[in-house]
Design a protein around this ligand. Sequence first.
Ligand code: MD3
Ligand code: FE
Length: 217
Amino acid sequence: MTGDLFAGVTEAQPSRETMAEGAVLLRGFVLARQDELLAALREVIAAAPFRHMVTPGGFTMSVAMTNCGKVGWVTDRRGYRYDAGDPESGKPWPAMPPVLSALARDAAEAGGFKDFAPDACLINRYVPGAKMSLHQDKDETDFSAPIVSVSLGLPATFLFGGLKRSDKTQRYRLTHGDVVVWGGPSRLFYHGVAPLAEGEHPLLKRQRINLTFRKTA
Ligand code: MD3
Ligand code: FE
C-alpha cells in the first residue's frame, strides 16, 4: 500500500529510528494490528485487573500494573521479582495472547533481534499525573535478549539516559502505536516516564498503556 492516497491513519508505513546503540524506535509499528491487540488486551485485563503495587520502600506506585505470560513482574514490601502467580488472585497470570507474542517477535526482528520469545509482558497503565522514576530493568537474568515496549493511548515523554543514573537524559515523545526495541548496550540504560499530561485519546480515553515484553530467564 506504499504510496496509497489514504495512507496515514492506520496503514502509514512504519518508520525506523536509532535512539542509541541497540535501541530502535519503530513509529506506528502496532497500528496495522491494533484492533486485535486491544481486544486481546481487554481479555487479559478482565482476568487480571490493574492494581497499584507497593515498592520495597513502602511507596504505592502511581502507575497501575498487571501482567500476562508465564511469569509477571511484581513488587511488594519484600522486593521486586518475577512470579508465576498473580498475588491478588492466587491464580497464574493469564497466558500471553498469540497476537501479543507475535507483535513482540516481529518488532524485535525489525529492530535486529531474531527469534525473541518473551516469557513475560508487564502492562503499565498511566493516567494524567502518573510517572515512572528513572530506573534500570535488571530483575531479568538474560540481558542478551532485548526488551520490546509498546505505547498505546495518550502520548508520554520518555526519558532515556545511560548506564549511570547521573548520565544526561534524552527525551522522546512516544505516541499511540509506537514500539521501541531495547537491546545490546542500551538494555541496561536508565529510563523513566515524565508525569503524563492531561488529554483524551480517541480509543483509550484518559490513559496511556505501555506493554513491555521481557525474556526473564
Ligand atoms: C530502556 N516502562 O515497565 S517503556 C518498565 O513507558 C518501564 O511504561 C516505561 O520502564 C513505560 O520498566 C518505559 C520503555 C523501556 C522499557 C524497558 C527498557 C525502555 C527501556 C529497558 C532498558 C532500557
Ligand atoms: Fe523499565
